[in-house]
Design a protein. Sequence first.
Length: 309
Amino acid sequence: MAQLPPLRAMQIFEVFGRLGTVHATAQELNVTPGAVSQQLRLLEEHLDMVLLVKDGRRAALTPAARGYHELISQGFGRFALAQDYIAEHRLAQELTISCLPTLLQRWLNPRLPAFQTAAQDSTLRLIAQDLEPDSHMLEHTFRLTYGEAGRRYTHSRVLFTDYCFPAASPDFLARHPEARTAEGLSRLPLVGIDWGAQYTTEPHWRDWFKRHLASDPAPLRHVAVYSASGMGLEAAAAGQGAVLAQWSFARDDLTSGRLVRLSQDRLYLPDPYFVCWGQTTLDQPVARQFLNWLMQMTKPMRDQMQQEN
C-alpha cells in the first residue's frame, strides 16, 4: 500500500478544491495564505504530480486532481460523520447498564421506576451477567458489581455494604417456631448460597452459627445449595428451609410478607457493592443524572454502615 500524504496537506487540498481560492481556504482553516500554498506544494511533491494550474489570476485543479479531490472529499465526509456520531453518542439518552443478575433482579430493577419518572426521555438497556465487561467500559455505560471486581475499572464508587440474617417463609416459621433461636435453627432444613470459588470470606451458615452458638453445631441440614442468591430466596419463600438472606435482596419480600426475618442480628459482607464507569461516561447528561440518583438512593445504607462502625 502506498504511503499516504500528510493529513494536514490533504485537508487543505480538500478545502481548496471545495472553495476554489487560497484566501478562502486560509479563512476557513484559520491559517495564513502562505501556509495553504506551502501545504499544497507539499502534497504535489508527495504525489509527484501537478494538482494546480494557473487560470489567469486563479489556480484551478487539473483533471486528475479533480478526481483525486472527489475521493478525498468522501474520506473527509466520513470523518465529519464520525464526529457527528461521537457528539450524538455523548448526548444520547440510552444507558447500557451491566449488573450482577441477582443485584439487577432483586435490588436495582424494582427501584428503576423512580429514576425513569425523573428521566422520562431516557432508555435503559439492562444486561444481567456475572462476567465482568471490558475494564474501559467501551460498550457499557455503567457496571454494578461486587467486591474486588469493582476496583479494576477506570472509575468506581461504593454503593453500599450489605449484610445477612436468617429468614424463612411465614409457613416455615409456623411449623418451626424454634427457628427464632440459633440453637433451634441449627437443627432445621437450611437453604445454602454458593458464592463461588473466588469468594472465600463471604458469610455462610456456619459463620452465622459460629457467632451465635457456644459450640460448633451438629452437621447442618442443607436441603439445597444455590449458585444465585435470588434462587435461594425463592426456595426459602416456597418453604423449603431457612436462608441466610441479604438485606438488599430480601427487603421487598420482607415488606410483602413472603419472608420473615428470624433474627435482628446481622452479619456484614466483607466487601461493598460498586457502581463503575468509563473515562467518557459522564459526558452524557443522562449518565450523570443516573449516577447522582444511584448515589442518593444508597446514601442511607452507607450512613447506617458508618454509624455501626
